[in-house]
Write a new protein. Sequence first.
Length: 247
Amino acid sequence: MKLRTLILLATLAIGLPAAAQADTSLTSADTTGMDWSRVPEYRIVPGDRLQLDFGRRSDGLLDVREVRVRPDGRITVFPAGDVIAAGLTPMELQRNIVALLSADLRLPRVVVNVTDVAGNVVHVIGRVDKPGSYPAGPFVTVMQAVTAAGGLKDDAARNSVLLFHRDGARTVSVSRIRLDRLLKGDDLADAVVGRFDIIFVPRSTIGNLNVFAQQFLAPAGTLLSSSLIGWELFNLDRVFVTRVIRE
């Protein structure tokens, strides 16, 4: 059994080397074997660079503007002013901008393109050796991210590792990942992490997952650090629904 566990850990460690640099290269199996129509639409985060294409002006010149999403999640669009962009898909932002400009312009239109994305990281906090933000590309799993953070501490609750994922402008999904089963080789269904996901490793087993998640995401909560890269994605004051998707 010990040999089996060591082999599993060695295999998982390959995904994120000691320097915590994730192997994010896509293979043909990754790309062609996936139904990309079912992948959730990209959601804008602070630090993203956007191109706003308003088409041709009355003088025939193209009206194309470049903006970067500020840390507060907003961009400035003349003449509407500040517009919230973080947490929205490009299509949702397009609709919002058109609705705002309709008060001043006749039949406004805009196409929103994401030309440069902010850093791709996942946050690992709690009972790990080196809590912090780590690079995470496509197909990096919870176990690989935990390995990048130095692994679990001896007192970590291996059966109650939580994965928080922003899945909408006002919703967060939370899953319980039982790393104890993965370490034993009893369960190989590891979860893939997404951009700016939060992995929390508690000290003790969590009973009521829904209640804990609400407390964890509370604006006055003490479990979170404002220094986490990209934390603005969650906009804690805008989280109204927490969905438990895996107990």
